[in-house]
Structure formats: structure tokens, C-alpha cells
Design a protein around this ligand. Structure first.
Ligand SMILES: [Mg+2]
Length: 174
């Protein structure tokens, strides 16, 4: 269960403290797209997403997109956001892309953070690889396909973690 628990829990990417990441020694932020930055039906990032990515980059932390979305969708976002590295169809929670990202940027796992909205892909995968994991509340209530199934199990995990007094849904760190 500890592998499903994020190290940092925020209500939205906009409330993620870049300062906190700097203090943790983070050099690279891997960013999920769907339901983390935008909802599934948005084709392009909003101005607030663009501003967020710019803020992270200008703080000296590099950004890469890491999404289970299609190549077309993920590369469109990387262009719009001016992000050089994009991993699409990443098959999170498998660590393949996390290991690639560490190699490419010559970083250790504890210098890499991932922000995402799903415990069973972003957080589990990140924790397995030893990354600094950031869970954000999902943008849209509506989910698709396998995410619906993941959410079912997520609800159980939230209940167990809450029961243990470890973690409570909606009680954000920032
Ligand atoms: Mg997502």
C-alpha cells in the first residue's frame, strides 16, 4: 500500500510548489497530461498550463511529458508547451520511460519527480522507480476506458489509507 501513497499531494498543478521540488533536489519533472494538465477532451493546453510549464522551466527544473496518450496527442502538447522530451504510450506504471528519462538527463531517481492524477499508473510507477511522486486531484470527473477501472480500485486504496490514518483524500499538502 505504501507504493500507492504519493510523497506530495496537491489539488492542482497550479498549487504545486516549485520551491518544494527545488528543496528536494529535483532536476527533472515528468508530467502526465490527461486529467493532470487538461481534461481528456481538451486538444491543446490552456494558458495556465503553458504558464505553469514555463515557471517550472525557468526555475531550472527540466520538464518532460510522460503520458499513456497516443503519439499524436502527446507530441501536440510537447509542441504547444515547447517541451523537448515526450514519452507517449508510456505504459505506466512500467518503469521503462522513467529509466530512459534518468539516462537521458544523467540523473538519479531521487532527482526526478512525476506529477500525475492516477495512483495505479503515475504514483505506483514513480514509487517503484524511486522517483519523487506528486499526486494531483484529477481535472475532470469523467474518465475513460481502463481509467474507470483504475478509479474503482483507487477508491478502495483511498479508504484503506484513510483508515490507517496515513492519507486523506482532499487533504492536500498545498
Ligand atoms: Mg492522467
Amino acid at each position: 500500500m505504501a507504493l500507492l501513497k504519493p510523497k506530495y499531494y496537491v489539488s492542482s498543478f497550479e498549487h504545486m510548489s516549485i520551491e518544494r521540488l527545488k528543496q528536494q533536489g529535483i532536476k527533472l519533472l515528468l508530467c502526465d497530461i490527461d486529467n493532470t494538465l487538461v481534461s481528456y477532451d481538451e486538444k491543446h493546453p490552456s494558458p495556465s498550463v503553458i504558464a505553469f510549464i514555463d515557471r517550472v522551466k525557468s526555475s531550472g527544473i527540466e520538464v518532460a511529458l510522460c503520458s499513456n496518450a497516443t503519439k499524436e496527442r502527446a507530441t501536440r502538447f510537447s509542441k504547444d508547451l515547447n517541451v523537448s522530451t515526450t514519452y507517449y504510450f508510456s505504459m505506466k506504471p512500467l518503469p521503462k520511460n522513467f529509466i530512459q528519462a534518468m539516462k537521458k538527463h544523467n540523473l538519479k531517481a531521487n532527482q526526478v519527480a512525476i506529477i500525475g492524477d492516477q495512483m495505479f499508473t503515475d504514483i505506483l510507477g514513480g514509487n517503484l522507480a524511486g522517483l519523487y511522486t506528486i499526486l494531483t486531484a484529477p481535472i475532470a470527473v469523467k474518465d475513460r476506458g481502463v481509467t474507470k477501472i483504475n478509479r474503482f480500485f483507487e477508491n478502495i486504496v483511498y479508504k484503506v489509507l484513510e483508515h490507517k490514518g496515513d492519507f486523506k483524500r482532499g487533504e492536500f499538502d498545498d
